[in-house]
Ligand binder design. Structure first.
Ligand code: BJW
Ligand code: ZN
Length: 267
């Protein structure tokens, strides 16, 4: 084993050890966890037709009010790609980790495990995660931007080039996601910070840690004395803070850690 792969394996073992002894785990995921499912990360998504548009403008309430048709087309394009995506081994390992924690595998006391995702896809639920909370909404939910009435996408119908109109008030239909300048769902955000304040381990996967208030969670966890594990092939503000860094793709690192956890011999 060369030096680098020995270091990688040591970090995975330390992560498995920390997970084994944790009693209360909060997992926070971002776009990187879905990268191996073929979904470009938020900040890498602007290719082809969309290369000249700033995602931070498209994903904002001001951007939608200024040019609703443009923003609608961007979401419909992304929604089409998401419909074909499948959970990857990283999503599946996180669902397995939840099961491992709550079922008290190996004769341990059960541990609490909650997964908070910033992602608007539904790949965590497809992989089998149960205690799962969407902090930035979901791309497969729609509502009226004026009166808030939920709206259903017609099945198999042609996707319009412009946002449809609400049948009650005539307002524009928008995706049920949280844009820049909008409040996150209060109950979910409150739960995320309440759980963060009492967790003893935070597992962060695939986020650049640039978008607030969610980016604050690892700092709060650290303040509360939790161990921070960061899974990301690149450096980020969270990787600077982390006790344990798994510097690789989630789809590689998470199954490798699960394999160690599940092996009776351990490290
Ligand atoms: C891999 C990998 C692999 C690659 N494996 N990893 C405090 C300070 C400064 C600013 C603010 C502040 N508080 C609030 C703000 C303003 C603003 C904000 O944060 N701005 C920043 C840009 C500075 N925040 C807001 O506006 C929020 N609202 C708010 O605070 O409201 C206050 C309010 C209260 C009451 C009334 C009204 C208002 C809302 C933020 C909403 C964010 N929404 C988006 C769009 C959702 C819909 C959509 O997707 O289109 O959410 S923005 C976008 O960023 C999306 C993501 O969920 C979010 C985070 O991105 P993420 O997941 O980290 O993705 P990337 O692409 O950035 O990073 C991917 C990472 O993966 C990278 O690190 C890669 O290396 C890694 N990776 N491959 C593992 N295989
Ligand atoms: Zn309406």
């Amino acid at each position: 084993m060369n030096h680098q792969s020995q270091e990688t394996q040591e970090s995975r073992c330390r992560a498995a050890q920390a997970l084994r002894s944790a009693r209360s785990i909060v997992c926070l995921t971002g776009a990187g966890v879905s990268a191996e499912s073929g979904i470009p990360t938020f900040r890498d998504a602007q290719t082809g037709l969309w290369a000249n548009f700033d995602p931070e403008v498209l994903a904002s309430i001001d951007g939608f009010r200024r040019d609703p048709a443009l923003v609608w087309r961007w979401y419909m394009d992304r929604f089409g790609k998401l419909c074909d995506a499948q959970p990857n081994p990283g999503h599946i390992a996180l669902a397995g980790l939840e099961e491992w924690c709550v079922s008290a595998a190996g004769g341990r006391e059960p541990a609490r495990f909650d997964l908070f995702t910033q992602n608007i896809d539904s790949l965590h639920e497809q992989a089998g995660s149960i205690s799962l909370f969407h902090l930035h909404g979901r791309i497969d939910r729609y509502r009226c931007d004026s009166c808030g009435l939920p709206w259903e996408m017609p099945e198999g119908g042609e996707v319009a080039d412009e946002p449809p109109r609400c049948s009650v008030c005539g307002g524009l239909i928008r995706p049920g996601v949280v844009w820049f300048g909008e409040a996150l769902p209060a109950g979910t955000l409150g739960k995320a910070f309440d759980r963060t304040a009492v967790c003893d381990l935070m597992l962060v996967v695939g986020t650049s840690g640039q978008v607030f208030p969610v980016a604050q969670m690892p700092y709060e966890a650290r303040q509360a004395g939790a161990c921070i594990i960061d899974v990301n092939p690149e450096d980020s503000p969270i990787s600077q803070l982390a006790d344990i860094r798994l510097k690789g793709p989630g789809a590689v690192e998470l199954p490798a850690v699960m394999e160690i956890l599940e092996a009776s011999a351990g490290c």
